[in-house]
Design a protein around this ligand. Structure first.
Ligand code: F6R
Length: 240
């Protein structure tokens, strides 16, 4: 695990954008998994600015969706696909046809999850997985307790995740209780993982992630066993 601690969120966003831009420059058709949530938004804004300045070309990128709420269609403002499209796919100019999506409908969900894992495998795994850190150590919606080999699948959200997602949509009553997530197995097999963590409220779970026992009760602790992990945190989040 490589640890990078920045002074503040702005510096974190610049550092994260640099790491992502390097991956894209080295491989224009890189397979990139991108989280939504608040933390990576500064990174995506910086990448979009670079693209607008002609400093970055993401037109050949292959983008993979990390998670989705079950029963929430793309036109719903809470769609995580929609959030990813608005914050990353469109501003970077990657065709939507180059996005490997997760299902949102309960119909045929299992088959769609298998197709997703097949697509990840055909891509040779993720070149880069950009992840945020859940308050309970979830990665994507790999909720605790979680098996390190868990595939892409539907899960019930924990209370902690419903609480943390409430701030996105204006209250817990607006947070769906079921979701689909890229599997822990697919995340762990990424060639490179960038975990972005910001804010003092993440300090305890970040400590458990980087130096606590490796346990299904803290899914992010499995990252201690993954190949190329960069933990990019701001000073507020860093457990010093
Ligand atoms: C979002 C996702 C979640 C978030 C995590 C942290 O697609 O998969 O795992 O990354 O809950 O969220 P923020 O960044 O809002 O603190």
């Amino acid at each position: 695990m490589k640890l990078i601690v920045t002074d503040d969120y702005e510096a974190l966003s610049l550092a994260g954008a640099e790491i992502m831009a390097e991956v894209m420059a080295a491989k224009s058709d890189a397979a990139v998994l991108v989280a939504t949530g608040d933390t990576p938004m500064g990174i995506y804004r910086e990448l979009a600015a670079r693209r607008a300045q002609g400093r970055l070309d993401a037109s050949r990128l292959r983008i993979f969706q990390l998670d989705e709420y079950v029963g929430v269609p793309p036109q719903d403002e809470r769609s995580l696909y929609g959030w990813m499209a608005r914050s990353f796919v469109h501003p970077l100019g990657t065709p939507e046809a180059s996005v490997v999506r997760l299902p949102w409908s309960a119909n045929g969900l299992e088959a769609s999850c298998r197709a997703y894992d097949q697509a990840v495998q055909s891509a040779g795994g993720f070149d880069l997985a950009v992840l945020g850190l859940g308050p309970n150590g979830h990665l994507g919606f790999n909720e605790p307790p979680c098996d390190a080999h868990a595939p892409t699948r539907a899960i019930d959200l924990t209370e902690a995740s419903i609480e943390s997602n409430a701030s996105y949509w204006g209250g817990t009553h607006r947070v769906p209780h079921r979701a689909v997530t890229a599997g822990m197995a697919q995340l762990m097999a990424a060639h490179e993982i960038l975990l972005v963590v910001s804010g003092a409220h993440k300090r305890d779970i970040l400590r458990l992630t980087v130096s606590g026992p490796i346990t299904p009760d803290v899914p992010s602790s499995f990252l201690q066993q993954a190949a190329n992990v960069i933990v990019l945190a701001d000073r507020a989040a860093w457990p010093s």
